[in-house]
Design a protein around this ligand. Structure first.
Ligand SMILES: [Mn+2]
Length: 355
């Protein structure tokens, strides 16, 4: 297994490549969607009104952008393992089954070809209309860090999605008065199937893997739209729709642990043994939907040493990134949390390598 760090667009900078290297990481997962901003990014703000606005219509991520990013990361002794998340501007009509669906699929095919050409092996996506939504924040847990909390009793999870928003981002004029129509589970599976059937052959040809993140928070419906991956059983259906070897999981331990009744260890064992995991979001949580909070890696309900033991047993050779952590009470809360998680991960990996 390999240690990586995920960086948002606003922190894809030289200082942060050095930071990753200093903390023992060898790989980077880059987010190009400009949605969690600033040099000290925070997940504990109020994002119930959206992550912000994207205006990247007709501005695809080009081969030059990907190749120069890979080169710069490489100059720090790091490898660019994956691009995580698609810009809502680039695929809103794929998610919404709108008039530009075909055109947007063609553009994503080009993105996959360009990733293959640049030598970036994994594309992580999150096929969801409401997206990551409903989080609140509390100072809770060990030492009371600012932590992401989901508590269904405190948010109206049935409020509809305004037109112009998808994936919790605005992609066109804000319209707070008109809303998208409710979307059924069958319709969501149809849209995902269209996406996979068109893109997986191109991914296979170009040596790129498309990996799906589960629904965060894992509720069956949110904002009057069905969610695909709210339970382990539903998540496993991904491979039934299209079992191309280019399809797999962006295996988010935290989200899977949040699912009622989930057995994360057996799921991890099964899919790390069968090489279906693109990379791993290595984070911990306390509680399950409908109420949980994100926790320090050694503090939560999951036994992260056991997680790593399973990966070692199966000779998993993919990348693990911390995903999120509680924000520590320092001027650099995000970096402190990440440094703590990376140090913990490095320690467990080094211990297992010696046993
Ligand atoms: Mn995740």
């Amino acid at each position: 297994m390999k240690l990586g760090l995920g960086l948002y667009r606003s922190i894809l900078t030289r200082d942060n490549f050095a930071f990753a290297r200093q903390a023992g990481a060898t790989h980077i997962v880059a987010q190009l969607v400009d949605y969690i901003k600033g040099s000290n990014p925070s997940l504990t703000g109020n994002y119930l009104g959206g992550w912000g606005t994207t205006r990247n219509h007709d501005k695809p991520w080009t081969y030059d952008l990907l190749a120069s990013l890979k080169k710069e990361i490489g100059s720090y002794g790091l490898q660019l393992e994956a691009i995580e998340n698609l810009d809502p501007s680039h695929w809103y009509d794929i998610l919404l089954d709108g008039p530009r669906r075909e055109e947007q699929v063609e553009n994503l095919k080009q993105l996959i070809r360009d990733m293959g050409k640049a030598g970036i092996p994994v594309l992580g996506y999150y096929f969801s209309l409401a997206g990551v939504w409903g989080w609140t924040s509390r100072k809770e847990g060990r030492g009371a860090p600012a932590s992401v909390v989901f508590d269904e009793s405190g948010v109206d999870v049935n409020q509809p999605i305004p037109q112009g928003m998808v994936w919790n981002m605005w992609y066109k004029e804000q319209n707070e008065k008109q809303f998208i129509s409710p979307v059924s589970r069958d319709e969501m599976w149809e849209r995902l199937t269209y996406f996979l059937n068109h893109l997986l052959p191109v991914a296979e040809e170009n040596g790129v893997r498309l990996v799906a993140h589960p629904d965060d928070p894992p509720l069956p419906e949110m904002r009057q739209t069905a969610r695909l991956f709210y339970s382990p059983k539903q998540y496993e259906r991904l491979l039934e729709v299209n079992d191309s070897p280019a399809s797999g999981f962006e295996f988010c331990l935290g989200t899977l642990q949040e699912m009622p009744g989930s057995d994360v260890y057996s799921l991890l064992d099964k899919y790390s043994a069968s090489d279906r995991i693109g990379y791993i979001h290595f984070r911990n949580v306390i509680g399950k939907a409908p109420r949980y909070r994100e926790a320090f890696v050694d503090e939560g309900d999951l036994d992260m040493v056991r997680v790593m033991q399973i990966l070692k047993k199966n000779n998993y050779d993919g990348v693990l990134i911390p995903d999120h952590t509680p924000e520590m009470s320092t001027p650099a809360g995000w970096h402190s949390g990440m440094a703590f998680a990376l140090g913990y991960m490095r320690g467990v990996i080094q211990t297992l390598e010696r046993s």
